[in-house]
Design a binder for this molecule. Sequence first.
Ligand code: ZN
Length: 358
Amino acid sequence: MVIMMGQSSLAQQECGTPYSKDPYLDRGRLEQYIRQGRSAGDVVRLPVIARIVRHDDGTGGIAPGKLQPIFDTLNARFAQANIEFYQCGSPEFVDVNVFYDFNRDLYADSLVTYNLPEVINVYFINKVLSDDDFICGYASFPWRDTEYVVVKNSCAQNGSTLAHELGHYLGLLHTHETANGFELADGSNCTFTGDEICDTPADPRLRTSTVSTACAYVGTERDLNRDRYNPDPSNIMSYSRKQCRHFFSMEQIARMHYYLDRDRSHLGCSITHARDNAPSEVKVYPVPATHELTVEWGTVAPVQIRVFDLLGHEISISPRYDALQAQIDFSGVMPGLYVVTIYQDRDRVSRLISIARN
Ligand SMILES: [Zn+2]
């Protein structure tokens, strides 16, 4: 008797970072980084705010005490690249029920409304669903406008997923990428196909069935020339077994430093950041609203209110501010879910609100 099981229930959960092309790539400059071998030199330290997603009532979410071992392992992976991540302040909480088991197809980039722009915002989430499949995480490339690193809590503790996602954040593609053409096993077209990196061998998209538990490639796949692949199951940017992934190649490292200097040089940790502390006594009502929303707060310090849609785009609204409250007119806005963020001094709080009309 043959028992059929769904592929997705057996397959290990992978990454949801979609391919995109860097429209600004300066190949001459990148070549300089590769020739110089930027891994020698001072360690580049990068600030991270860990954002732990929990239920509305503050329950659930990864325990903050589990974060330090995760960062220790991450830094062990990045030591070869002379890059080190450190937590900028204590973890912050995003207490929003609909983000707890995060459906990316519904809520897209809406998490970015919680971002602080000067740090790497890493969201630790219970489950992440994308294209009807559970995934381990996803991240944005340096050439995209939105910035995020999302990791599922259980995958964050597997030793390689967070390093993989931060590899994307620093400009690395999957070693098995094919959106720009199939890389040949002999490496002859390595510059413009696959991961566009020549010291990582062509990769037929590794998976648990083609990587042994001893981390050896045991597949028999051949490329378009009928040559056998000889991929590297230790590469962090592959889909090898999670426990096998610990290696960045020299060109991958050079590429990360190219992007660090080009796109990530604004990163820094400063105590003047707005924190996710609720300004005093904030109330937002009615929920759902039809045309007008009232925001109330408790102290006379001035507040600023911004509204974002679930793609993270700011909605143009003009709140009518009063002494301790503001009215926001939503009559020109489509019904749906929005994130209202209230800033007061260095504090801020975000509320998910619903606009509903019959
Ligand atoms: Zn990935």
